[in-house]
Design a protein around this ligand. Structure first.
Ligand code: PMP
Length: 361
């Protein structure tokens, strides 16, 4: 069986070279005679792996020393709740920018822990555009400002880091982390579920300014406290060792590819190819998102006649192009173009789309 081109939104494509290496090492990792999944997280070999993964991520993202890197569990969703628990005390408020489904969910999940102020929202515009920074009604006394730089379902992406003054900026980078160079020093906290640009699900990578670790003032179990995780090298309990290992391999692969600058170039090429194919199809395919807000990572599109959707999915699948069904909230199609999706995959998709349009009129 050969590998297909995978446009899934997440869990998503993992670089073939990473999977091949994991396959080679599956039964005997690092001369141990055992799988990485079978070894103690407290052993020398795994601790070296964890340190290397952190060092590689620091190099790739240019993470300053006054930021801690955590490898956590619970998915991004658990951290929608844990972030307010850790960054805000009783009676505090935080500003939320809601520019898609995930930002809305983050605000809802934070509500039991603080006063949520929706400082801007594009819900009334079906999330087809981004609330411009000038429209944000920020509270200078907020514990933090939360936003979602890339909305995976609605296909909108902020390309500039918003200036929010002295209030820490918290960003859910689940679907665009490592996709281009980023000035980490502009953020208080960056977090991402791994299952798009980092590796398998079940792992969350967090980069947090160390002074913010000291904020958590309310009573909570140690396991929820980021300061405890930082003090214990993210090994307060048994971590997701397999996910951590694959993340480490992905970081090494990214470095071999030329790092995030090379990724940015490739991601731009891929997004341009697909948006040109959509916009140049004389309305056969449509992406309704305001052009400057279009995501490079997730491209939702519809066919001019939704009665053709089932054929499009059946035929694309048969052509070795998978994961194109749109999110149920929007219908239609969605192609996710994460780092592990090569330019050839997008060329194959664009070729298929032209051919499909020619055959189905
Ligand atoms: N935030 C964003 C931007 C996402 O795309 C997703 C998942 N698709 C989540 C949060 C939720 O992640 P998880 O399923 O890991 O909780």
């Amino acid at each position: 069986m050969s590998r297909v081109w995978n446009f899934s939104a997440g869990p998503a494509a993992i670089p073939t070279a990473v999977l091949e290496r994991a396959q080679r090492e599956l039964l005997d990792w690092n001369g141990s005679g055992a799988s990485v999944m079978e070894l103690s997280h407290r052993g020398k070999l795994f601790i070296a792996l964890a340190q290397q993964a952190e060092a590689d991520l620091r190099e790739l993202m240019g993470i300053p020393n006054d930021y801690a890197v955590l490898f956590l569990q619970g998915g991004a969703t658990q951290h929608f709740a844990q972030i307010p628990m850790n960054l805000a005390g009783e009676g505090d408020s935080a500003d939320y920018i809601v520019n898609g489904h995930w930002g809305e969910k983050a605000a809802n999940e934070a509500a039991p822990y603080l006063r949520v102020n929706i400082a801007a929202s594009s819900k009334a515009e079906q999330y087809l555009r981004l609330p411009p920074r000038e429209s944000w009604q920020l509270d200078p006394g907020a514990a933090y400002v939360h936003y979602t730089p890339n909305e995976t379902i609605h296909g909108v992406e902020y390309r500039d880091i918003p200036d929010v003054g002295e209030v820490p900026l918290v960003a859910d980078f689940s679907s665009n982390i490592l996709s281009e160079p980023l000035d980490v020093s502009r953020f208080g906290l960056i977090y991402a579920g791994a299952q798009k640009n980092i590796g398998p699900s079940g792992l969350v990578v967090m980069v947090i300014r160390r002074d913010l670790l000291q904020r958590a003032s309310r009573p909570m179990a140690k396991i929820f406290r980021y300061a405890e995780q930082a003090a214990n090298d993210s090994m307060l309990n048994t971590p997701n060792t397999w996910g951590w290992y694959l993340a480490g391999l992905t970081f090494q692969w990214l470095k071999e590819q030329g790092g995030v600058a090379a990724m940015a170039e490739r991601n731009r090429t891929k997004a341009e190819l697909l948006y040109q194919a959509i916009d140049g199809s004389s309305g056969y395919y449509r992406n309704p998102v305001d052009v400057p807000a279009r995501s490079r990572m997730n491209v939702p599109f519809t066919l001019h006649d939704s009665a053709l959707d089932a054929d499009f999915l059946k035929e694309s699948d048969a052509a070795g192009l998978i994961g194109l069904k749109g999110h149920k909230a929007l219908g239609g199609m969605r192609a996710s173009l994460y780092n592990a999706v090569p330019v050839e995959a997008v060329e194959a998709l664009v070729g298929f789309m032209k051919d499909f349009a020619a055959r189905h009129g």
